[in-house]
Design a protein around this ligand. Structure first.
Ligand code: ZN
Length: 304
């Protein structure tokens, strides 16, 4: 399975794009590096360019530990809010900073907020290919307003630019397909449920995702002291459950094997890469009502 971490600083990437990147992202990422080392797993770190600019030594620590450094854009701007020229600049800048800091070629990208839509594919893929990237991991093949559209994506344009797509894993509950394998779902679900669903995933293709801030239990206090009270919706969807994440990560890493995209698909001894990879599970969860899945979908929309 792939373990992926979107390295960004919450008060900058979510609260307000013009806030400074704080040291919290540095400290939290070091904790995740320690956890990965303890279990001897590798991961792909999709890092923001602004984090690489402020903490280049962090990027070097990630690559020195044998993990993959990939790009998450520069300042967490959604792709659909930028012009083609701005997207190109954003990707160029972040890839340049990450390659300088890591000393390695970057080959992967994840769009901030999974903000890719089919009408953006042409110039998005063009910008990725121009930077020599080989894959993207930004799409959910599912109906969730913020994350995608309910249909099979045509990956013809990805093919034209020799790019692979690694979809995030999902579980189908009722009418919703939910990316349960990481983020807010992992934080808010009991570990037993994550484990039960994970057992049914295709182990090679499954993609776990999270953020360093999800283990940061004192960030809410810091943010409210620095920027004032934040809306209740965000307190609930972004901060609840953080105190359970480290413990759950240890259990997850004991129960399953993880690696990076580079190691699984792009190292010299990897077998050939399919153009797109998807791991999903159709589950029926006892006692889950349509209302439950509506609530879950709403949580998802505000957890990126
Ligand atoms: Zn992000």
């Amino acid at each position: 399975m792939i373990f992926s971490i979107d390295v960004e600083d919450w008060s900058q990437s979510v609260l307000n794009r013009s806030n400074p990147v704080t040291r919290r992202v540095y400290d939290n990422t070091l904790i995740l590096l320690d956890i990965l080392e303890e279990h001897n797993h590798k991961a792909t770190f999709f890092v923001l360019g602004n984090v690489a600019r402020k903490f280049p030594q962090l990027i070097r620590s990630i690559s020195d530990a044998g993990h993959e450094v990939a790009s998450h854009g520069y300042a967490h701007q959604s792709i659909y809010n930028l012009t083609p020229k701005q997207v190109r600049e954003d990707i160029d800048t972040s890839v340049g900073l990450l390659e300088d800091a890591s000393g390695e070629k970057v080959i992967g990208f994840r769009a901030p907020n999974f903000s890719i839509r089919e009408y953006l594919f042409e110039w998005y893929c063009e910008a990725l290919a121009a930077n020599g990237l080989k894959y993207d991991s930004s799409l959910f093949p599912m109906k969730v307003i913020k994350y995608g559209i309910e249909k099979e994506y045509s990956l013809k344009i990805f093919n034209k630019y020799s790019l692979n797509e690694h979809y995030l894993s999902y579980v189908k509950i009722g009418k919703y397909k939910l990316p349960f394998f990481g983020g807010g779902y992992f934080r808010l679900s009991p570990y037993a449920m994550t484990k039960m669903l994970t057992k049914n995933l295709d182990k090679r293709r499954a993609v776990f995702y999270m953020h360093p801030y999800e283990i940061d239990c004192s960030e809410l206090e810091f943010v409210q002291k620095t920027y004032g009270k934040i809306p209740a919706k965000w307190r609930l969807t972004q901060f609840v459950g953080r105190n359970s994440v480290e413990k759950k990560l240890h259990r997850l890493m004991n129960d399953f094997e993880f690696t990076s995209f580079r190691q699984e698909y792009y190292s010299e001894d990897s077998i050939s890469v399919p153009q797109s990879t998807l791991s999903n599970v159709d589950a029926f969860i006892k006692d889950s009502s349509p209302e439950d899945s509506d609530v879950a979908a709403r949580i998802l929309q505000s957890t990126t």
